[in-house]
Design a protein around this ligand. Structure first.
Ligand code: AMP
Ligand code: MN
Ligand code: MN
Length: 324
């Protein structure tokens, strides 16, 4: 922590970045640090390879996020947030690897400890929980805008305070963020209350695709490109749907198989035509399973890329039930 604070204080041009297909924690993390470093008068570039999902575009500073780095831009520090591996930044990972000081702040159990300075807290419910500490250590006064980003990271990564990572800090920090002017209803409306009709129609197809293993312990949801096309939706619209498969009685592992468009949902799975998301009821460590398949994540939420036909992928996933 001390070294990270010192490095950030001494830096001049910081690249702040997070993983491709950013979730609420990734977007909240980038913006909280972008705003905090801006308040310290640092030159900051906030980078993400993917478009920012519509539901997070209400957050202050979001228009500062770029998806292109000028070839001649020089950074002294890279601040990589909510990424288990540097490769999850996407195509610019090799360029970022050459930045003199790389700071890795994350909460994934499978974090590869890349970079020069690491702050990995697997007990943290969200990366923004860790950044809340960093911002206080930096002495940056909390604003309502920073508070909204921190709150959104915690809200979304805990599944609205329902997942097993929901801890006491989640409530303590969010309580404080509300005192700094965050309105929980407004944020919830932005994040969960403005879905397109297509997304609801896609949910219908997703629910209809659910299959369950013979012993009832593994559930499987499948989303194809054809379904996205039919409902005119984007991959970001799939976020959260796996929770329906997980909420079925007796299910210990829920899986969502997602057919990928141009090969990459995550860059460390280039050639894989499917992305598989896993969720557990808390009794099974899905990060271990995902690691066996070449991916990673948290004990109750993890993912990986996989090749093969849909039938093959389905049977491998349903086969997980035999060990339960
Ligand atoms: P998702 O499958 O996108 O819902 O992601 C669930 C969790 O697993 C997130 O915390 C991701 O960071 C992590 N995760 C998903 N896919 C991968 C992957 N290919 N490699 C490493 N971590 C992953
Ligand atoms: Mn994330
Ligand atoms: Mn996270």
């Amino acid at each position: 922590m001390e070294k990270i604070i010192q490095q950030l204080n001494n830096s001049r041009h910081v690249l702040v970045a997070s993983h491709v297909n950013p979730d609420g924690d990734a977007v909240g993390s980038m913006l909280a640090m972008g705003l905090a470093l801006g308040a310290l008068n640092k030159h900051v570039t906030i980078y993400n390879e993917s478009p920012i999902p519509a539901v997070y575009r209400f957050l202050a500073g979001v228009q500062q996020i770029v998806n292109h780095l000028a070839p001649d831009a020089i950074f002294d520090t890279a601040l990589i947030l909510d990424c288990g591996e540097l490769e999850r930044i996407g195509d610019v990972a090799p360029r970022i690897a050459n930045i003199p000081v790389i700071i890795n702040i994350d909460h994934h159990v499978t974090n590869s400890l890349f970079g020069h300075l690491q702050l990995i807290d697997q007990e943290a419910c969200a990366t923004t929980e860790i950044l809340h500490r960093i911002i206080q250590q930096l002495g940056v006064p909390l604003t309502r805008e920073i508070a909204a980003s921190i709150y959104t990271g915690i809200l979304t990564d805990t599944g609205s305070f329902r997942f097993s990572n929901t801890n006491q800090s989640a409530f303590a920090i969010c309580d404080q963020m509300v005192r700094y002017g965050v309105n929980p209803h407004t944020i919830a409306q932005h994040v969960y209350g403005h879905y397109s009709l297509g997304r609801i129609k896609l949910l219908n197809l997703a629910l209809d695709s659910i299959e369950v293993s013979d012993n009832g312990k593994v559930s499987l949801m499948t989303l194809t490109q054809a379904m996205l096309l039919k409902t005119r939706t984007r991959p970001e619209d799939i976020d959260g749907m796996i929770n329906y498969a997980r909420s079925i009685q007796d299910v210990k592992i829920a899986a969502l198989i997602q057919e990928k468009c141009n090969g990459n949902r995550y860059t460390n799975e280039f050639s894989a035509p499917y992305h598989v998301s896993l969720r557990s009821d808390g009794s099974v460590d899905v990060a271990e399973i995902a690691t066996d398949f070449g991916g990673g994540g948290h004990s109750s939420a993890a993912g990986f890329g996989i090749e093969g036909t849909l039938a093959e992928v389905k049977s491998r996933i349903l086969g997980l039930a035999d060990k339960l």
